[in-house]
Design a protein around this ligand. Structure first.
Ligand SMILES: *[C@@H]1O[C@H](CO)[C@@H](O)[C@H](O)[C@H]1NC(C)=O
Ligand SMILES: *[C@@H]1O[C@H](CO)[C@@H](O)[C@H](O)[C@H]1NC(C)=O
Ligand SMILES: *[C@@H]1O[C@H](CO)[C@@H](O)[C@H](O)[C@H]1NC(C)=O
Ligand SMILES: *[C@@H]1O[C@H](CO)[C@@H](O)[C@H](O)[C@H]1NC(C)=O
Ligand SMILES: *[C@@H]1O[C@H](CO)[C@@H](O)[C@H](O)[C@H]1NC(C)=O
Ligand SMILES: *[C@@H]1O[C@H](CO)[C@@H](O)[C@H](O)[C@H]1NC(C)=O
Ligand SMILES: *[C@@H]1O[C@H](CO)[C@@H](O)[C@H](O)[C@H]1NC(C)=O
Ligand SMILES: *[C@@H]1O[C@H](CO)[C@@H](O)[C@H](O)[C@H]1NC(C)=O
Ligand SMILES: *[C@@H]1O[C@H](CO)[C@@H](O)[C@H](O)[C@H]1NC(C)=O
Length: 502
């Protein structure tokens, strides 16, 4: 999830402080063995992610403390702090709050961990653009994820929270919610010589697949089709720092069953943030509104509305092969085609069962909802986009590489990413159907990295206004949503896509 603007605005105000930190970097304490040559061999660590359709997110089960306490955390490329719910948190001890926000998922009890230590009281406070947030202390404890043991990771310990699970933020440490930057989980992976480069790959898999994977320190050539192509991560326009996974979306089109292409892009590329903690995809109104027109959709996201964009479910059967095509970094850049059933979601009936009042002037009977919405100020590619892509995030070299995901693949062929190699731009499998391995051999960079750099006139900068649909969610959710969240948390089976909209 994206952090709320005011918080970022505060950091923007403190630019002086940040700039001086950049000039005189506060060194992270390196481990002694790094220099003595007793370096442990770095490797890769694969962590399974549970696709919780009803919970609206991808959860990683990690353990915190000694002895280890299992906790479920939402994997979030849009933020940078790891935080856990304290077993004493307000939400976890109030039936009224849980009725509204959902039952507390796994909590952590610091008094039961011998390796727990306090960093600072009341210093942890995080707010996301959807109006949710958490606050409490910063602490340190050991954390194990995907078989990797990280010693003394700084984490938030939530005492007050409006989210019923902790988060695993894997963004740049420049974006941590703390007033003073600290080495976050990705930095710690590197500092403790667990991986050879600050890089990982994310494979969310099919909407209906039960698990996805995050692979720290490597990529898996069995999980994508064709060639991985790289694009540069865009720095923040004002500060020049890298704080989010912003890339240049240079083309957004649809391709109809008969091959007709509708191009919704104007000349300039759009800065978009890859955000696994966001369920839907948010594009500028200038694009989204024209897509809605083309599909005869009904946008009910204005304030007082139900928060959904309705579209005729008939498209799912009449235009089975239609795709939404996202291309990055120019005409040679990665192209991801999102199939219609990942963008038009047959989930409205299940929400109706939870109290959603569909507007009575819909121009069609069988309503689905769009996995795409309009926003202003910043644009996010959430799970409705990310499921169709295999994405490699290289924080060391400020590069992202993408290829179409090879859905439902059970094969695996892992290649390590090092600082020297960068992301090896390898080929994956030849096609979806055969799922046969074609890439073998060692990391090597093909000639592909020389993509045109698209200049992004970044309106995605943190100081952008916080109006628009996302911020509107800071007000209490519509009743049906609250009811839905509570019902879902109570364990009802809901068939459909994510409910948490941002
Ligand atoms: C999915 O999430 C809900 C609440 O968000 C939780 O109650 C349920 O146990 C989760 N299911 C799985 C399979 O993790
Ligand atoms: C939690 O909320 C209570 C009541 O609103 C407040 O008194 C307390 O200071 C909050 N705790 C933290 C750590 O922010
Ligand atoms: C992490 O710790 C567990 C439990 O102590 C141990 O079994 C495992 O081998 C460790 N993993 C690594 C990579 O050191
Ligand atoms: C846990 O932390 C302690 C102290 O910080 C450290 O000595 C120990 O090796 C860590 N254990 C694991 C399994 O990483
Ligand atoms: C959709 O694609 C499949 C496979 O390429 C093809 O067999 C089918 O005829 C296409 N359907 C339409 C409506 O174009
Ligand atoms: C292709 O399909 C689109 C959408 O269904 C339609 O508007 C268009 O006229 C068709 N084009 C051709 C050449 O059949
Ligand atoms: C769509 O239009 C944009 C802007 O003119 C252009 O850069 C892009 O290449 C076009 N996309 C396709 C698939 O033609
Ligand atoms: C992947 O598996 C799911 C569940 O079995 C199925 O619904 C879906 O169609 C499959 N997707 C592809 C692309 O094969
Ligand atoms: C770093 O990224 C640039 C392009 O962004 C690329 O040209 C270069 O090869 C990369 N280097 C490594 C070591 O990954």
């Amino acid at each position: 999830m994206k952090l709320l603007q005011p918080l970022l605005a505060v950091s923007a105000l403190a630019t002086g402080v940040r700039a001086s930190q950049k000039v005189v970097p506060v060194p992270f304490s390196r481990q002694a063995e790094r220099r003595t040559g007793l370096r442990r061999r770095a490797g890769t660590f694969s962590q399974e992610l549970n696709n919780n359709l009803t919970g609206g997110g991808y959860y990683a089960q990690v353990t915190v403390g000694t002895p280890p306490q299992p906790v479920n955390l939402i994997l979030d490329t849009g933020s940078s702090d790891v935080w856990v719910l304290d077993s004493r948190a307000n939400l976890c001890n109030s039936e009224a709050l849980q009725l509204y926000y959902g039952d507390c998922l796994a909590t952590y009890d610091p008094s039961q961990s011998s390796t727990y230590s306090l960093v600072s009281d009341d210093s942890f406070s995080i707010q996301y653009v959807d109006g949710s947030g958490a606050e409490g202390n910063y602490i340190k404890d050991n954390l194990s994820i995907g078989g990797a043991n990280i010693t003394a990771l700084q984490m938030g310990l939530a005492e007050n929270s409006t989210i019923n699970s902790g988060l695993l933020g894997v963004g740049f440490s420049a974006n941590v919610a703390a007033t003073k930057q600290y080495p976050n989980i990705i930095d710690m992976f590197m500092q403790q010589d667990l991986i050879a480069s600050e890089a990982y790959s994310l494979y969310l898999d099919d909407l209906h697949a039960e698990t996805g994977t995050i692979l720290f320190g490597g990529l898996d050539t069995a999980k994508f089709i064709g060639e991985l192509k790289a694009v540069p991560i865009q720095p923040d326009a004002e500060t020049g720092t890298y704080s989010s996974f912003t890339v240049a979306l240079s083309s957004f089109t649809t391709t109809a069953d008969n091959g007709t292409v509708a191009n919704y892009t104007r000349a300039a590329a759009i800065p978009v943030i890859l955000d696994s903690g966001t369920t839907l995809t948010y594009l500028p109104s200038s694009i989204a509104d024209r897509v809605f027109d083309a599909f005869g959709a009904y946008d009910d996201t204005s304030s007082g509305g139900t928060g959904l964009v309705y579209v005729d479910c008939g498209y799912l059967s009449d235009s089975k092969n239609l795709t939404f095509d996202f291309q990055f970094g120019g005409t040679d850049g990665p192209l991801i085609r999102v199939p219609i059933d990942e963008m038009i979601l047959d989930n409205v009936d299940s929400y109706t069962g939870l109290g959603l009042q569909v507007p009575d002037d819909l121009p069609f009977d069988n309503a689905c909802s769009f996995g795409l919405q309009a926003n202003q100020g910043y644009y996010l590619l959430g799970d409705t986009f990310l499921r169709s892509a295999y994405v490699v995030y290289d924080l060391s070299n400020k590069t992202i590489a993408m290829a179409p995901a090879n859905l439902n693949s059970t094969d695996t062929h892992v290649v390590e990413i090092t600082k020297e190699s960068g992301i090896p731009l390898l080929s994956g499998v030849a096609s979806q159907v055969t799922a046969e391995q074609t890439a073998t051999g060692l990391p090597g960079i093909s000639g592909n990295s020389a993509l045109p750099t698209v200049t992004v006139t970044s309106t995605g900068s943190p100081s952008a206004s916080s109006t628009g649909n996302a911020a509107a969610r800071a007000v209490p959710a519509p009743n049906w949503e609250a009811a839905a969240v509570a019902t879902i948390a109570a364990g009802f089976g809901l068939v459909g896509a994510g409910l948490i909209l941002l």
